[in-house]
Design a protein around this ligand. Structure first.
Ligand SMILES: Cc1cc2nc3c(=O)[nH]c(=O)nc-3n(C[C@H](O)[C@H](O)[C@H](O)COP(=O)(O)OP(=O)(O)OC[C@H]3O[C@@H](n4cnc5c(N)ncnc54)[C@H](O)[C@@H]3O)c2cc1C
Length: 325
């Protein structure tokens, strides 16, 4: 897919602020919204650049759903999402980042600064990093979080296709998404069934390719039910056993704050950025899953390094700390 390019002028360095300090407000050079892997990694970088940085986190990182990740570099035995978050959080705190558990309600521009509003009050800052992530669309199945924890329901074949080698796998979703995911999984298992939801109404080229590769496709499966060892599903009046169900139902991009700030987005709501992760709004950056890229922890880390370094370079020499905000 072609990623739309960002139509923005070259970022300009903002001059030192002439803000009059208000005792009722908190001050931080950088505010990061989102304490998932991307936001926390940016906090590590910025605090080691000796920038005053505050992370606000509403606490529902996608990583919390990861029972064990096996593709996170540096953890050959794997690591759970919560353990990884804990480690990065500790690292950020060690170098001086502030982390506030809470939801950011709004961000407004005031002159050359921003005001970030949350239940904790108002924080004034010079730069914003949005690391707000996405929310997966999930099937309406009882005990879903337990099924995700044991790996019977999975959401990301790039993350864990390796874990389903040779298993009986079904992919549930609209035809185009589900078939693409099944074709990706074809390198791991020959036992693939696509459950089109909603049912498809024609023979697409993609479907023909999948059929040619031995992938079974159904538009009329019924009675998908979780059991002790996976799922059963009724196909053509016969019960079939499935070991693992991948949901390919799409997601919602958490880009509300980007919208209110006026940052350009693509049609699905992914925030558009330049090569430094800066959005179309001067001083506002976006990193991690909220940007269209491969939704992976390692990608979020890369975005974090780029954004944090650009912010530091822009602020460098003008001021350090909040005393001149
Ligand atoms: C089941 C599952 C398994 C996965 N396995 C892997 C894997 O093995 N390897 C891998 O690389 N990736 C894996 N992923 C993907 C990985 O979890 C994501 O790519 C990663 O979490 C994205 O990080 P992020 O920081 O961009 O967003 P998130 O981790 O989603 O964090 C976003 C944070 O922003 C906060 N937030 C949002 N809005 C606000 C607001 N207004 N105010 C304050 N806070 C806010 C949220 O509460 C959340 O804590 C998996 C995902 C799932 C669902």
């Amino acid at each position: 897919m072609t990623v739309p390019t960002l139509d923005r002028p070259c970022a300009v360095s903002l001059p030192p602020s002439t803000l009059v300090r208000d005792q009722m407000k908190d001050y931080s050079e950088v505010v990061i919204v989102g304490g998932g892997p991307a936001g926390l990694a940016a906090a590590v970088y910025l605090s080691r650049f000796r920038r005053q940085v505050t992370v606000f986190d509403a606490g529902d990182s996608r990583s919390k759903l990861i029972a064990k990740s096996h593709n996170c570099p540096g953890y050959p035995a794997g690591i759970s999402g919560p353990a990884l978050l804990q480690r990065i959080r500790r690292q950020a705190l060690k170098f001086g980042a502030a982390i506030i558990d809470g939801h950011v309600q709004s961000i407004g521009r005031v002159g050359d600064a921003f005001e970030v509003r949350s239940a904790a009050g108002v924080t004034v800052c010079r730069r914003i990093i949005l690391a707000t992530g996405i929310v997966d669309a999930v099937p309406d199945i009882p005990d879903l979080s337990k099924l995700i924890a044991v790996g019977t329901v999975r959401l990301c074949p790039v993350c864990d296709g390796y874990e389903v080698i040779g298993r009986k796998v079904a992919v549930l979703g609209p035809e185009a998404k589900a078939v693409r995911e099944a074709l990706f999984l074809r390198d791991y298992t020959p036992h693939l069934l696509v459950l089109c939801s909603p049912p498809s109404d024609g023979i697409s080229a993609l479907r023909q390719q999948a059929l040619a590769e031995g992938i079974e496709i159904s538009d009329s499966a019924e009675g998908l039910a979780a059991g002790n060892r996976g799922f059963t599903v009724i196909l053509n009046a016969q019960s079939r056993q499935i070991d693992v169900l991948y949901a390919a139902l799409g997601c919602t991009v958490r880009s509300e704050l980007a919208s209110t700030l006026g940052a350009q987005q693509d049609r699905e709501g992914y925030v558009l950025v330049n090569e430094h992760q800066e959005t179309s709004v001067d001083g506002v950056y976006a990193i991690g899953d909220v940007v269209r890229a491969l939704n992976q922890i390692a990608v979020g880390f890369g975005h974090a390094a780029l954004a944090a370094t650009d912010i530091h370079n822009e602020l460098r020499g003008t001021f350090r700390g909040t005393e001149t905000l």
